[in-house]
Design a protein around this ligand. Structure first.
Ligand SMILES: Cc1cc2nc3c(=O)[nH]c(=O)nc-3n(C[C@H](O)[C@H](O)[C@H](O)COP(=O)(O)OP(=O)(O)OC[C@H]3O[C@@H](n4cnc5c(N)ncnc54)[C@H](O)[C@@H]3O)c2cc1C
Length: 312
């Protein structure tokens, strides 16, 4: 590798504008972005994460950091001129027409990203930070690394993980046995997914059809994960039950991913990928690792956001 290629950044900024918005359901808005440099926009597929840099009131994207060290340039700005940055998932990339889809959960005008999405219209500008097609090595930024021989996959998450899980599901080979558990606000948030044969998807709406009272966040997901794990009992990789180190989800990020090259476990039947609100994921981690005794090399746990805290 030459010095020049090593200097190409793995991630770079892309100034983009909204080409289309499509309300998928009460809680999901699909925003299609396009821009002048989309031929350099890359994705590894699966749960590929990107950053969305949001316009500042009165300044739009004027303060977009320039150069390869976009993060250093952003940090060097005075706080009031730093465009808010949030993490999202590439739902689809169509390089041939220079378009990328991002599915935003509409959770009210409580954060800059959701507030922006609620008002998004054609022509609105943001800046995306995404893998650079010119980078010569692996760009990473995704956590879907199941062993090739997993006999069953378990994917579980809340609405923020729906874009990632749908993208993963659509990449699975036909016949792969997979259980998918998705907790969403309402029954109308159950989206169409091009799932191959072998995948069973359960949508778990917190609000019941009669609209009486919503289940507490995470309750349905925890029950469904426990039930599914029970059903899959014989396929689970048992390991000695371990004492978990505590993760303070208000102070640190819950992000526990098996090493990509982790040796296949002795009876690695099930591989699990779980993401969503950090307190909920922490509870799932406690159940699976401490109570069930699942092999930690077979599970990825990701806190995507934290209730009551902005993602600054
Ligand atoms: C790897 C990764 C991929 C992600 N992919 C997606 C994606 O594709 N689509 C998506 O919508 N989100 C996704 N998220 C989650 C998203 O980054 C957070 O929801 C983020 O907090 C939204 O920013 P905001 O500016 O709207 O709110 P913030 O300013 O971060 O938070 C403001 C308030 O809103 C609350 N809040 C944040 N998100 C939600 C929510 N979903 N429901 C209810 N309250 C909430 C916070 O607790 C806080 O009280 C992803 C996160 C990660 C780490």
């Amino acid at each position: 590798m030459t010095v020049e290629t090593l200097q190409v950044p793995a991630y770079r900024t892309f100034p983009v504008r909204v080409a289309r918005v499509q309300r998928l359901s009460p809680s999901f808005l699909r925003v299609t972005f396009t821009g002048p440099e989309m031929d350099a926009f890359a994705s590894n597929g699966f749960d590929q994460r990107i950053k969305v840099m949001l316009p500042l009131p009165g300044r739009g994207t004027l303060d977009c950091p320039a150069g390869d060290d976009w993060y250093g340039a952003w940090r060097a700005l005075p706080p009031e001129r730093r465009m808010p940055i949030r993490t999202y998932t590439i739902r689809a990339l169509r390089t041939e027409v220079g378009e990328v889809d991002v599915d935003f959960v509409l959770h009210g005008a409580t954060g800059p990203a959701s507030a922006w999405a609620e008002r998004a219209g054609v022509g609105d500008e943001v800046v995306l930070v995404a893998p650079n097609a010119s980078f010569p090595g692996p760009t990473g930024g995704f956590e879907w690394h199941p062993p090739a021989d997993a006999s069953c996959l378990l994917l579980a998450g809340d609405e923020t993980a729906v874009p990632a899980i749908c993208a993963i599901v659509e990449s699975l080979p036909g016949g792969q046995h997979a259980r998918v558990l998705l907790e969403v606000p309402t029954a109308a948030d159950a989206l169409d997914v091009a799932a191959p044969s072998g995948v069973r998807i359960s949508w778990l709406p917190r609000w019941p059809a009669d609209g009486t009272a919503a289940a507490p966040r995470g309750q349905l997901l925890a029950a469904a994960v426990a039930e599914t794990v029970h059903e899959l009992g014989d396929l689970l990789a048992p390991s000695p039950v371990v004492e978990l180190s505590d993760v303070d989800v208000d102070a640190e990020i819950l992000w526990e991913i098996p090493a990509v090259d982790a040796a296949p476990t002795a009876s690695s039947g099930v591989y699990a990928w779980l993401a969503g609100e950090a307190g909920v994921v922490k509870g799932l981690r406690r159940h699976l690792v401490q109570e069930v005794g699942i092999d930690r090399r077979s599970v990825a746990f990701m806190g995507y956001w934290r209730e009551g805290r902005g993602s600054d």
